[in-house]
Design a protein. Structure first.
Length: 274
């Protein structure tokens, strides 16, 4: 295995494991569309950061995406609190508005005579082949921080997922738990944008979790199995793109994850409503 392929595999598998584990919480909280909204909301932040810095460093640009994703979540919560619109409708509105604004900004950026503007295109559908050793290190550090946060807050997360009212009555601050889980999801999405892109990132969160949900009813088992499914889908996508000419890695990973969902829906002995 050559060095470049090994780097791509390491980065993609780390992303698959991290997003799969976090996706379990999003699925059980019935917030599958939130990941889609966050990933699409990140696009204008990425482009605005480029317009401000003209930087080609993906992590500088992704920091803008993270801020925009947080703004998107805050916008959803604000509209939910001050209107009678249902949350799924609000998520759809935020998703389309932010993404449309991002595309308008990309059009503006493309007209600026700066050679580094080409870096923006890879954030739409991802370009995992551009990962460097430093990128894998950053992905590993962020993933490790997410794992540690989940481990430290495991009891609170379990209680909140299954009974938010009871969680509050025993003294836990459910609002803080919700904020932490959402922030972890934002960070997972940000590290994935370079791999599978804005358009497909939500599948990396939800598909492994949906597949794992069909095989078990225990949260611990579901989270672990979801991480394994995400890692396997990433490795299969990377391998397929390495042996098939012109096959983009990000979409290949998403197809592999989707295939796992269909297989689980058909074959799992403990088929469960996701």
């Amino acid at each position: 295995m050559n060095h470049t392929l090994l780097l791509v595999l390491q980065g993609a598998v780390l992303l698959g494991i991290t997003s799969g584990m976090l996706g379990s919480f999003a699925l059980l909280r019935q917030q599958s569309l939130l990941g889609d909204a966050i990933s699409h909301a990140a696009l204008p932040g990425i482009v605005l950061m480029f317009l401000c810095t003209y930087s080609k460093n993906p992590w500088i640009l992704l920091s803008g995406g993270a801020l925009a994703g947080i703004v998107g979540v805050m916008s959803v919560n604000f509209i939910v609190a001050h209107t009678k619109l249902k949350k799924d409708a609000i998520l759809g509105i935020i998703l389309s508005v932010f993404f449309g604004f991002g595309l308008v900004l990309m059009t503006i950026a493309q007209k600026i005579p700066v050679a580094s503007q080409a870096v923006l295109n890879k954030f739409l559908f991802g370009n995992v082949a551009t990962l460097l050793k430093e990128d894998v290190y950053i992905i590993a550090i962020i993933s490790l921080c997410i794992f540690i946060a989940l481990a430290l807050l495991w009891k609170e997360c379990i209680a909140y997922i299954f009974d938010p009212v009871f969680t509050q009555t025993i003294g836990f601050n459910t609002k803080n738990i919700e904020i932490i889980l959402t922030l972890l999801q934002v960070f997972a999405i940000v590290i994935g944008l370079q791999t599978v892109g804005v358009v497909l990132m939500s599948t990396m969160l939800i598909a492994p979790a949906a597949a794992a949900r069909q095989w078990t009813k225990k949260l611990m088992h579901m989270v672990l199995l979801s991480g394994i499914c995400g890692g396997c889908a990433a490795s299969m996508g990377v391998y397929a793109s390495s042996i098939i000419d012109h096959l983009p890695t990000g979409p290949a990973i998403v197809v592999a994850a989707s295939a796992m969902v269909f297989f689980s829906l058909l074959c799992a002995p403990k088929r469960s409503a996701a």
